[in-house]
Design a protein around this ligand. Structure first.
Ligand code: GTP
Ligand code: MG
Length: 347
């Protein structure tokens, strides 16, 4: 392909779909090497086409196994798939990431699948910023779908999930207390629930728990629906838009799918509901609003990073002096910060 002169050499490789180029670009943005902003500038016009699917849930719920199955499902449909596995819990050992690689390794040979693990917290902006940039690299590479797997804990991970178009929360039976603990966060981010390990005891109770949570979330405004959509019933009957998914008032009620990822059972139902959510999000005003919020959140994060970086660079000597003063207790950190911000404003 021909590019205008000045296009970053790594960007050319990504746009030419050279797998090694994509790997280099991911490392480049993850490590924030010099020039990564220029690389992103060249890639950005080629982004915006991928559907970003967040997959989150408790450790061991089966996220990677389910992701592997979803990759298989979407590859059968001829889609190019990117996977970003974020593992903030073991940045040094990489243990879980190794596990993820094993679970998804059959896709490593496929030129239309690109899997990237992220464990570093990076310098500025941290994990969520790296994840957003790596997702953009895969988008520019030509991914139709990018799956972002995160463990559903912590602010960074919630932020990453918020940057997805559709979020799947994977829950395993027997984690009732965990569900209670994570309730608020989960309800906020779940677009589709997968009750995985439905071959285990307790799946029905978990589905009931989630149904109750969803009904409570919809409380007061309307009585809870008498029937809940379930992927098993979904296979048999057409989608009942009045009981899950699209609501008459334009809102979305989170459907619950049972699946057994290890046996590839119920996974197509999960895929169908994610697809349904994507359709809803692209058509409803709530979905549009969410899109606007996502762009704003990402832009504000970028602004914050850029401002902090610029300030640190411009004020380095003054910062050193202020640190010495605070350390010697000649100044309090609040006043010292205010003075530096004021100095940056005037600079
Ligand atoms: N019985 C049963 N086991 C499953 C199922 N899905 C996954 N597992 C097993 O559960 C374990 C954890 O699966 P993973 O896919 O690694 O779970 P994860 O949520 O990605 O785990 P972390 O990334 O470490 O948080 C593995 O041993 C899987 O084989 C299922 O549907 N039924
Ligand atoms: Mg995993």
């Amino acid at each position: 392909m021909n590019y205008p002169t000045g296009v970053h050499p790594i960007a050319r490789k990504v746009l030419d779909r050279d797998p090694r180029g994509v790997a280099r670009a991911c490392r480049f943005v993850d490590d924030r090497l010099d020039g990564y902003v220029d690389l992103m500038k060249d890639l950005f016009p080629h982004t915006g086409k991928a559907w970003i699917v967040g997959v989150t849930g408790n450790p061991g719920a089966g996220k990677s196994t389910l992701t592997d199955r979803l990759v298989e499902l979407w590859r059968k449909e001829g889609r190019r798939v990117g996977v970003v596995a974020v593992d903030p819990t073991s940045p040094f050992s990489g243990g879980a990431i190794l596990g993820d690689r094993i679970r998804m390794q059959r896709h490593f040979e496929d030129p239309d699948v690109f899997i990237r693990s992220l464990a570093t917290r990076g310098a500025l902006g941290g994990l969520s910023r790296s994840a957003v940039d790596v997702v953009r690299v895969l988008d520019a590479w030509g991914a139709d779908v990018v799956i972002v797997e995160t463990v559903g804990v912590g602010q960074d991970e919630l932020e990453i999930t918020r940057s997805a178009h559709s979020t799947l929360v994977v829950v395993a039976p027997g984690l009732g207390d965990d569900i209670q603990a994570a309730k608020a966060g989960i309800m906020e981010i779940a677009d589709v629930f997968a009750v995985n390990k439905a071959d285990r005891e307790g799946a029905d109770a978990t589905v009931r728990d989630l149904e109750l949570m969803i009904a409570l979330g919809r409380k007061i405004l309307e009585p809870p629906p008498s029937t809940k959509a379930d992927c098993h019933s979904m296979a048999a009957a057409p989608v009942r838009r009045d009981v899950a998914g699209h609501e008459a008032d334009g809102s979305w009620t989170t459907p619950i799918c049972r699946c057994v990822a290890t046996h590839n059972d119920g996974v197509d139902g999960v895929g169908k509901w994610l697809e349904e959510h994507r359709r809803w999000a692209s058509q409803s005003s709530a979905g549009m609003k969410r899109h606007g919020q996502r762009v704003r959140d990402q832009f504000e994060t970028e602004m914050r990073d850029a401002l902090v970086e610029a300030a640190l660079r411009a004020l380095r000597p003054q910062i050193d002096a202020a640190v010495a003063d605070v350390s010697a207790r000649k100044a309090d950190p609040y006043s010292a910060c205010e003075a530096l911000v004021e100095a940056f404003r005037r600079s």
